[in-house]
Write a protein that binds this ligand. Structure first.
Ligand code: SUG
Length: 448
């Protein structure tokens, strides 16, 4: 049976703004307080989805969340009508209002970890929503993420959903941003590669000194257990703490993998040779031929990688077996990175083509092409069981661009977040969206 990697891209929500909320994420910090353009952000994301669909890739869409999150503000003690909750938070605790307005759910690589049915003990596709508990504004995403994923992948015969791990730093889990799957074919058993930043319980593992390591080994192990992965099909590796301290807050900022290939920076991991040997041996037992492409620091520094998001690219398999790399415009703007990419595609290796996308609105918060998508490997039967409302088509693209044009503002600054009208605009837009995507009631304002 034919199998596919389906990319579900996060639709940017109407409150996209630069809140400076992510310590350790250089772009988020350096663009704090700039005014944003939510309309442009959403259209840039939709243009990428459309382009991939037109290239023949399977493409889906994942809905944004209800923001401002009034319920989250109520849990923090703000009371009164919804408008009063927002007004009081704006007056007494602006940073909490900003956090409750973040459109960060757009970076759906952090929504969940997904294991395809070929890897799991019960032969179903497993999802564990990420608790994202390193940052308050992201820790409030998972309940809605679970409802949205449940509405997209509803058929329990094929899909199993796990609640987010316990919400403590020891089980810090950032989802697919620290998870890659290698395989010979999407439908065959593969090797799932979990990359962690620190261990919560074992002091032998080093930790970064400056910025937080968001993902723990224990969280990755728990996800592998929940999904029923076999030991033969799992490899754990530690991210180099020194790159975390240089702004590599997720592994997908310094490495990307697909099929049998890992594309990574020389400084990305600890004990790289051991890790590569384990990947080779385990994939070999599953009939695959593991290959790696190491980008040397002499050609591209870690700083170049963080600024350009070279590795936050989408590595896609084409019908002829070659690969295509989807990179952000910032790669073209960095001379060393661009030169490296020219050399890479002309060398006759596996990666033959680079396509550049303008995702500046998301990039300015530290979210590149790979952050914006959640990969779900599905066979034909499973794909047919997905809610068809979320599969991208030319008519859906047109409907969504019209929906964005109708509901989104083209400028948002911190003061605008305090406008109670924004809440009404967002709820009206999202109510319509759940009908467009046929999701049913998934948002707190629709349920409570
Ligand atoms: O968690 N930025 C996100 C970016 C996530 C990128 N995802 C992956 N690498 N997969 C984060 O740091 C910034 C929001 C703000 O500052 O307004 C933010 O949340």
């Amino acid at each position: 049976m034919k199998s596919y990697e389906v990319n579900f891209d996060g639709l940017v929500g109407p409150t996209h703004n630069y809140g400076g909320l992510s310590y350790g994420n250089v772009a988020s910090q350096s663009n704090s307080q700039q005014s944003s353009n939510p309309k442009e952000a959403a259209l840039q994301g939709l243009a990428k989805m459309k382009a991939l669909m037109e290239m023949g890739f399977q493409q889906g869409v994942l809905a944004p969340q209800e923001r401002p999150d009034v319920a989250a503000l109520r849990r923090l003690g703000f009371s009164g009508s919804d408008a009063q909750v927002i007004e009081r938070a704006a007056k007494d605790a602006m940073p909490l209002l900003v956090a409750s307005c973040s459109a960060s759910s757009m970076w759906v690589a952090n929504a969940a970890t997904v294991s395809p049915s070929a890897d799991t003990a019960d032969g179903r596709v497993h999802f564990t929503a990420a608790n994202l508990n390193c940052k308050y504004h992201r820790s409030i995403e998972h309940p809605t993420t679970s409802r949205v994923l449940g509405a997209m992948f509803a058929d329990q015969k094929h899909f199993a959903h796990h609640a987010a791990l316990p919400a403590v730093a020891q089980f810090g889990d950032e989802g697919a941003a620290n998870h890659t799957r290698f395989c010979r074919d999407y439908g065959q058993a593969g090797v799932e590669f979990f990359v962690f930043g620190r261990s919560a319980f074992d002091t032998r593992y080093p930790a970064p000194q400056k910025y937080p390591a968001r993902q723990t080994l224990e969280a990755s192990q728990a996800v592998a257990r929940l999904h029923g992965l076999s030991e033969d099909g799992v490899v754990y590796a530690q991210q180099n703490p020194s790159v975390i301290d240089q702004g590599v807050f997720h592994n997908d900022v310094i490495a990307v993998g697909n099929g049998e290939v890992l594309f990574y920076h020389e400084d990305a991991f600890l004990e790289t040779d051991k890790m590569l040997a384990e990947l080779q041996a385990k994939l070999g037992k599953r009939g695959g031929n593991f290959q790696s492409i190491c980008v040397p620091r002499s050609q591209v520094t870690v700083e170049d990688a963080v600024r350009s998001y070279l590795f936050n690219s989408q590595l896609l398999s084409r019908a002829d077996g070659s690969m295509l790399l989807i990179v952000p415009e910032e790669c073209r703007g960095n001379e060393r990175v661009w030169q490296y990419l020219q050399g890479l595609t002309s060398s006759g290796g596996l990666i033959r083509e680079v396509k550049v996308f303008d995702l500046k609105q998301s990039m300015q918060n530290g979210g590149g092409p790979a952050c914006l998508r959640l990969r779900v490997a599905l066979n034909q039967t499973e794909l047919a069981a997905v809610n068809p409302g979320v599969i991208m088509t030319a008519p859906l693209y047109d409907t969504l661009t019209q929906w964005v044009d109708k509901h989104y503002r083209d400028r948002l600054s911190e003061n605008d977040l305090a406008d109670p009208q924004l809440l009404l605009e967002c709820r009206t837009a999202l109510d319509e969206l759940t009908q467009i995507l046929k999701l049913g009631a998934v948002y707190p304002f629709q349920i409570n």
